[in-house]
Design a protein around this ligand. Structure first.
Ligand SMILES: [Mg+2]
Length: 278
């Protein structure tokens, strides 16, 4: 089985809602499973992941999908030092390149700049950009639908196989807009890993909380939304799975007497619901 978790406000309890201290229980119970592969799918890059390790006691996964699905790493033990390290998955970059022959990052940035010349919509720091990731901040959340629509129209018109992903960062109080090659999203990279690991999609569960989790959450893979997810994300996810006829594959954590359903507690609750944890 493959257990996939988003980090911020899913496994990492860095939201406003109450945290009940269940992260250790999550690791204990998952490490007790035979043949379970733990994957993180996060907006963080490797550097920001290291901060989460230090700050929240997040453990190294077996596979790390970073930067909203544009990077894939594998946990490897160094033969000499016996230490575990996340190393870039060798075939990943060529896989994305082959699948997106007309992805031209510079040109897309230029074109979007011409279409959306708005002060409130601007490129994020250089450190979070990469060859397969064009990331913007959006100051006014109310404009998100219009901005996503304008970029989507441009992409369709140019026949670029890309996805526009919207998410909200409560710490910065800013909207995050990512333009990504279709196969380098959280869902695309997960499908790549499922195939590489030879796992049946039936044995995969995805846990998340925000807009950039919507693609995998509504893909028909077993999915869990933690209780602390925003109401609009829950609504949107329910709407999409209903349209697709896969409502039975999405579970929204409610919380109970012992576990409150937020963060790792919501993940545990969902894994129990789908029978991944007994
Ligand atoms: Mg999150």
């Amino acid at each position: 089985m493959i257990i996939v978790c988003d980090l911020d406000r899913t496994l990492v309890p860095n939201g406003a809602e109450e945290y009940d201290g269940s992260l250790e229980e999550f690791y204990e119970r998952v490490s007790g499973l035979r043949d379970a592969v733990l994957v993180y799918a996060t907006g963080r890059n490797l550097e920001l992941f290291k901060e989460a390790e230090k700050e929240y006691g997040i453990r190294k996964p077996d596979y790390f999908i970073g930067s909203v699905g544009t990077e894939v790493y594998k946990n490897q033990k160094n033969f000499f030092t016996r230490k575990n390290k996340l190393v870039a998955y060798p075939e990943w970059n060529n896989y994305v390149k082959d699948k997106h022959p007309n992805w031209d990052r510079e040109l897309i940035v230029q074109d979007i700049d011409e279409i959306l010349n708005e002060e409130e919509f601007y490129l994020q720091e250089e450190s979070v950009q990469n060859e397969n990731k064009i990331s913007y901040y959006l100051r006014d959340e109310k404009k998100s639908d219009n901005i996503i629509q304008a970029i989507s129209e441009y992409i369709n018109q140019k026949q670029i196989r890309a996805e526009v992903v919207y998410s909200f960062d409560p710490h910065k109080n800013l909207g995050l807009v990512d333009v990504l090659p279709k196969d380098a999203t959280k869902l695309g990279s997960l499908e790549f890993l499922i195939e590489k690991l030879g796992e049946s999609p039936e044995n995969v569960v995805y846990c998340g909380d925000s807009g950039n989790d919507l693609l995998p959450l509504t893909s028909g893979i077993k999915s869990v939304l933690v209780k602390n997810a925003r109401a609009d994300v829950k609504e949107k996810a329910m709407q999409i799975v209903e349209q697709k006829g896969v409502s039975d594959k999405l579970y929204i954590a409610k919380g109970g007497d012992r576990l409150n359903g937020n963060y790792s507690s919501g993940v545990i609750e969902g894994l129990e619901y789908f029978g991944f944890l007994k």
